[in-house]
Design a protein around this ligand. Structure first.
Ligand SMILES: Cc1cc2nc3c(=O)[nH]c(=O)nc-3n(C[C@H](O)[C@H](O)[C@H](O)COP(=O)(O)OP(=O)(O)OC[C@H]3O[C@@H](n4cnc5c(N)ncnc54)[C@H](O)[C@@H]3O)c2cc1C
Length: 378
């Protein structure tokens, strides 16, 4: 029997995980990417495999499964840089600590590895944290990967199968289906045939014609733009990722009665939808963010003002001056506007568009790919 062939469109983390899952199942894969190399959300993120904040139920289950898959695939692709470091969300106000205590009492707290810490406990877990704080919430299930390395590392693993073809600089403009196969047509007129076509196009929602464009336009999706920065290598190792209590305003795990008691956010926090997340890269620099803006068209420039507050907050938590900022950038992700965890739109049998995982796409990508292949091969 001939080896079945899949065409995967989009070289971001979702496309790459779908390619990986197809190869794992013995398929041949042709993988197309519009740019010379993937340069969008999948390489601009924190690399947080973030279990702690997920909504209870299916979203948490998917995140827990995804974390397990990340850990497994890091065995074959160690260059993804998986580190099971966990995280600490720090409290600097009694009401923040009270909400953390409530979260630590959730029935699913053990699945998240939640542990409520006093100030000494935070410092014992992460000695680099020496700012004034009351305590924190540890999540032992959170982890980190290296966004700048993940995609390349996974492609090396894919190429080793001998069943994988990577085609950058090929923008797919249409997908044509017949009763036996589907053909992805690229902007140079190249035709890529497979029994399955999976389009993981991230935030490029308007680049496809034929039946795909209108189907996507009818799907409940919206884009979000975030600002980020990175410092030079820090003088010491941070043993966990860090978040501040503003993160509890956004993550559904903290949608508990105590959330109403959180102190008033600063004007910059409200205006920019800001929270502090801080992750140390394997090479020592600190990736720090973020902001959330939804009104399109997005600014083409990054704004200095929220960066000032992010740096102040990071220094207040750490209790020491940050190394110089060496990089600033913005990134855009696509999320759903309804209660779906992500969006999988079937265009034709065997042709699907997968996007909309929002700020959890890096985390969930291996488990989403697994679900897609279960749907496609049912
Ligand atoms: C600043 C920022 C921080 C984040 N932090 C985290 C985090 O720490 N943890 C987490 O879980 N998630 C995080 N996310 C979310 C996560 O990064 C995204 O959900 C995820 O990367 C989306 O992956 P993707 O493959 O769908 O999209 P993308 O990374 O956008 O990739 C899509 C790719 O498809 C290509 N493409 C599009 N259309 C075509 C076409 N027609 N033909 C060929 N190629 C095409 C694009 O060029 C692109 O390379 C963050 C996002 C941002 C922006």
């Amino acid at each position: 029997m001939d080896t079945p062939r899949a065409v995967v469109v989009g070289g971001g983390v979702l496309g790459t995980m779908h390619a990986l899952e197809a190869c794992r199942r013995g398929w041949e894969v042709v993988h197309l990417e519009a740019d010379a190399g993937p340069r969008r959300a999948s390489v601009r993120n924190f690399g947080l495999v973030w279990v702690s904040g997920r909504a209870g139920g299916p979203e948490l289950d998917l995140a827990v499964r995804a974390r397990q898959l990340w850990e497994e695939l890091a065995v074959h692709s160690p260059a993804v840089g998986f580190r099971p470091d966990g995280s600490v969300t720090v409290a600097r106000h009694e009401a923040e600590l009270a909400l953390m205590a409530e979260a630590a009492g959730r029935p699913d707290a053990a699945a998240r590895g939640f542990e409520l810490l006093d100030a000494d406990g935070v410092r014992a877990v992460n000695p680099a944290v020496r700012g004034g704080l009351l305590g924190g919430l540890r999540c032992t299930r959170d982890a980190v990967v290296e966004p700048g390395l993940v995609l390349g590392a996974l492609r090396v693993t894919l190429e080793a199968t001998g069943r994988y073809t990577w085609l950058p600089r090929r923008q797919v403009v249409d997908v044509v289906t017949s009763s036996i196969s589907s053909v992805a047509v690229d902007h140079l007129g190249g035709r890529h045939e497979g029994s399955v076509v999976v389009l993981c196009i991230g935030d490029r929602l308007s680049g496809l014609g034929g039946r795909v464009g209108p189907a996507l336009a009818a799907t409940s999706l919206r884009k979000c733009r975030l600002q980020m920065l990175q410092t030079a290598p820090a003088p010491e190792r941070l043993t966990t990722a860090l978040a501040d209590a503003d993160s509890m305003r956004y993550y559904p795990a903290f949608d508990l009665p105590g959330r109403a008691g959180l102190p008033e956010p600063s004007p910059t926090t409200s205006d920019w939808g800001m929270q502090l997340l801080l992750v140390q890269r394997a090479a020592g620099g600190l990736t720090i963010g973020d902001t959330h803006r939804y009104d399109e068209p997005f600014d083409f420039a990054v704004e200095e003002h929220p960066y000032d507050e992010l740096v102040d907050r990071a220094e207040a938590v750490l209790g020491w001056a940050l190394p110089p900022v060496v990089r600033r950038w913005a990134g855009v992700y696509t999320g759903t506007t309804d209660d779906r965890i992500y969006s999988r739109t079937t265009i034709d049998p065997g042709v699907v568009v997968v996007t909309g995982a929002a700020g959890r796409g890096m985390t969930l990508s291996p488990a989403i790919a697994e679900e897609t292949w279960e749907v496609l091969t049912r």
